[in-house]
Design a protein around this ligand. Structure first.
Ligand code: 2RA
Length: 331
């Protein structure tokens, strides 16, 4: 299969190439695409060198699939041009996620919504993906009513500039090109993306809106606080979820263990709970610190951790392509 990876030289794009290789996706011809300044650069895929090509050349090559991680404006302009030549676009930006004509997909949760007519598919935001994976079977069993989520998001979610800022702050060297308005080392920033009129950030509203769309229930009430923390391995989330029906913690643990993509790590007596260090480089969504919220009925607290570059972005996108290939939605 001819496949384009748009944004191939960025943190997520690089991870996409890694995941395609690890999962042995049937790539017959690879088109690594990046901005004009990167055209001609060489990247390695499956031990072979590939030259970065321009967007125009990639569109002209009519790939079967184009996996994007190149920002919303690039995707808004160029995803339709790939779709026009018959390419199926899986886009990691926020450009298409809330478009009512586009599907927003986490394969373990709602792959069934995909049809042969879908030519631009949106990959959800990383902090949304890990949460809805953890909630999927619990929603089926107990019906989620309300979610209060606080996130602790790795600097890798911002990109290379942020990682560089953290490393430079740690090394005590000058921060050459700050990604944040404040120091991030030994600090936390309750500010991810821009603030909106209602006082929430775009990142927080993504959790609110995307969760409803993916879980197919606009009645689910979600409120979020998204925080940037100086970690590298992945995003962590404290999730308080109120259900319509009561639950038994043993059943919750069983349902989570039976959820595709989830690993239950919950043995506080032996200091065992999910941590970004343990999620880094893996696709599993780690869930632990399971306990009843004793302040109100039918409500569960849990702690959810996943590598935001993998299941939170690259792996989820590749899994969408795998599903579509298997379902005959990609030729
Ligand atoms: C972040 N989820 O962590 C956003 C975008 N990757 O910054």
């Amino acid at each position: 299969m001819k496949i384009a990876v748009v944004g191939a030289t960025g943190l997520v794009g690089t991870e996409m190439l890694k995941v395609l290789e690890e999962r042995n996706f049937p790539v017959r011809e690879l088109l690594p695409v990046a901005s004009e300044k990167s055209v001609g650069q060489t990247i390695t895929f499956k031990g072979k060198p590939y030259q970065v090509v321009s967007m125009a050349d990639a569109i002209a090559a009519r790939p079967a699939v184009a996996i994007f991680s190149a920002g919303g404006s690039v995707s808004k302009e160029l995803a339709p041009r790939f779709a026009e030549v018959g390419t199926v676009v899986i886009d990691n930006s926020s450009a298409w996620r809330m478009d009512p004509t586009k599907k927003l997909v986490v394969p373990e949760v709602n792959a069934y919504v995909l049809t042969p007519e879908d030519k631009i598919i949106a990959n959800p935001n990383c902090s949304t993906i890990q949460m809805v994976v953890a909630l999927s079977k619990l929603h089926e069993a107990y019906q989620v009513q309300r979610i209060v989520v606080s996130t602790y998001q790795s600097v890798t979610g911002t990109g290379k500039k942020a990682v560089d800022q953290l490393m430079q702050e740690r090394a005590g060297t000058a921060v050459t090109s700050p990604a944040y308005p404040h120091p991030i080392d030994l600090n936390v920033l309750p500010h991810i993306d821009v603030f909106e009129e209602n006082g929430y950030t775009k990142e927080e509203m993504k959790l609110v809106k995307e969760t409803k769309k993916i879980m197919g229930d606009d009645g689910i009430r979600v409120t979020a606080t998204a925080v940037r923390v100086p970690t590298m391995g992945g995003h962590s989330e404290a999730v308080n979820v109120e259900f319509a029906r009561d639950f038994d913690l043993t059943d919750v643990r069983r349902l989570l263990s039976e959820t595709e993509g989830v690993e239950v790590v919950d043995d506080p007596a032996n200091n065992r709970y999910p941590m970004p260090r343990d999620a880094h480089g893996r696709d599993a969504v780690l869930v632990g610190r399971l306990r009843r919220d004793e302040t109100q009925p039918n409500t569960l607290n849990m702690w959810v951790v996943a590598d935001n570059l993998r299941k939170g972005a690259a792996t989820n996108a590749v899994q969408i392509a795998e599903y579509m290939l298997k379902a005959g939605l990609i030729k």
